[in-house]
Design a protein around this ligand. Structure first.
Ligand code: ZN
Length: 429
């Protein structure tokens, strides 16, 4: 039975992606029940996790992965690629294979037009170029945007992983919201006037384009590793506990969690390293998908970090604010304890080197049916809406912490309720 299903899976993949075969060979999608026993075993396998949803863990698996799972007596099920059913109602679909999701060039256009519209507070930067010569764009949002001021920086990152298209949209829309509401919303103005917000919505432009045009499940960047193997997992290439073990990342270039030849070997992670070394960041969110969870350091170990309580408290508040918007609950916890191990990821590095609150937010797969294993384009707005108050809260935390530090206060990352009042507009979409 299993063999039969496997052939069916291969056939389906071949039919869907007939032009590309070398990069991902015989990969297919499987699911494993999320029991604590299974989670324990999976943690040590360095697999390509697609998403976690309703008690199941979905994995993009190669035949070798399947063999390893069998050796560990882990039972798995082949999942058919869910295709969108015929539309039940008129959809607001946009033209193009990527629909309402940005391509690289669409994002470029939108970022530049945001700067053109709000030149006083928005400035577009190219942090550097990718391997395929695409710009890695950042926007800075602040008053006196051309100056580096004595204000805390907050960094929002998107799309380390190519197939996680929703992770481009959320940070981009946060930037757009901030710019558009600066003149009409006193609280937003207050945030922008007192901080320096940096947004890098598309860290992996080569990977995104590959995911749009060739292979939807692509995860890494497009580094040629030789032997017809491509890609480094950018979220395993940062310079803190890099290569700590071979569970949280892999030394094998064919692995989907390949960490690269050395610390910061990739242009994409280098630009973040360089940006952080020259700016004054006090908080960070890196958006990923799909799990509906907020996670914080450490990812490389189950041991707690020294600011565990503070990180947890902020995560709890973010989760609460998100839940208020659409009723969806984002669970939260330490990455290495909640999920699988990761080493060399963004947040361990940001926290390990700079000691700042750093979060990975795994966005939810809201509509599995229409979006297959991915979000439908109609989910973009609701996912953005629920993430907005959490992002604003973290900016406010950074400002207050910065001010209280300046006043030599002992108080860390605590938000005074009176200042939070009226910050979020009810029903804002
Ligand atoms: Zn990811």
């Amino acid at each position: 039975m299993r063999k039969k299903l496997f052939s069916l899976c291969l056939l389906l993949i071949f039919l869907l992606f007939p032009l590309q075969s070398q990069d991902y060979g015989n990969t297919c999608i499987i699911s494993v029940e999320k029991t604590s026993e299974n989670v324990k075993s999976l943690k040590y396998m360095g697999l390509d996790f697609l998403m976690e949803w309703e008690g199941k863990i979905y994995i993009v698996a190669t035949p070798e992965d399947l063999q390893r799972l069998q050796e560990k007596n882990l039972f798995y099920t082949f999942e058919e690629l869910a295709l969108p059913p015929a539309a039940q109602k008129e959809l607001s679909l946009q033209a193009g294979v990527n629909g309402a999701y940005h391509t690289y060039s669409e994002l470029e256009t939108d970022l530049l037009s945001l700067e053109e519209k709000y030149p006083q507070i928005v400035k577009v930067f190219s942090l550097g170029k990718s391997l395929e010569q695409r710009n890695i764009y950042a926007i800075k949002i602040s008053d006196n945007v051309n100056a580096e001021e004595d204000e805390p920086g907050v960094l929002f990152l998107g799309c380390h992983h190519a197939r996680e298209w929703i992770s481009v949209e959320v940070p981009y829309l946060i930037g757009k919201y901030l710019a558009e509401n600066y003149s009409s919303n006193a609280e937003i103005k207050n945030l922008i006037d007192n901080s320096q917000i940096w947004i890098v919505p598309l860290l992996n432009p080569d990977g995104l384009e590959y995911s749009i045009h060739f292979y939807r499940y692509w995860r890494k960047n497009r580094r040629d590793n030789g032997r017809n193997e491509f890609g480094v997992d950018l979220n395993r290439n940062y310079g803190y506990k890099w290569g700590h073990d071979n569970y949280g990342s892999s030394p094998d270039p064919s692995s989907q969690v390949y960490r690269g030849t050395e610390v910061f070997s990739e242009l994409e992670t280098q630009v973040i390293r360089d940006l952080c070394s020259t700016r004054n960041f006090h908080a960070l969110i890196s958006y990923h998908s799909y799990s509906q969870i907020i996670i914080y350091p450490w990812g490389y170990t189950e041991e707690k970090c020294d600011k565990y309580d503070q990180l947890d408290k902020i995560a709890a508040k973010m989760s609460e604010l998100m839940q208020e918007v659409n009723g969806r609950t984002y669970t939260y916890g330490q990455a290495g304890a909640e999920m699988y191990y990761t080493n060399g990821d963004t947040t361990d590095w940001a926290f390990g080197v700079y000691g700042i609150p750093a979060y990975t937010i795994e966005l939810p797969p809201v509509d599995q049916l229409r979006g297959g294993f991915f979000n439908s384009e109609e989910d973009i707005q609701s996912i953005f809406s629920e993430n907005l108050p959490a992002a604003l809260y973290l900016i406010e935390c950074a400002i207050q912490n910065y001010e209280s530090k300046k006043e030599n206060s002992e108080k860390l990352y605590e938000l005074k309720e009176e200042r939070r009042k009226n910050l979020y507009i009810k029903g804002e979409k």
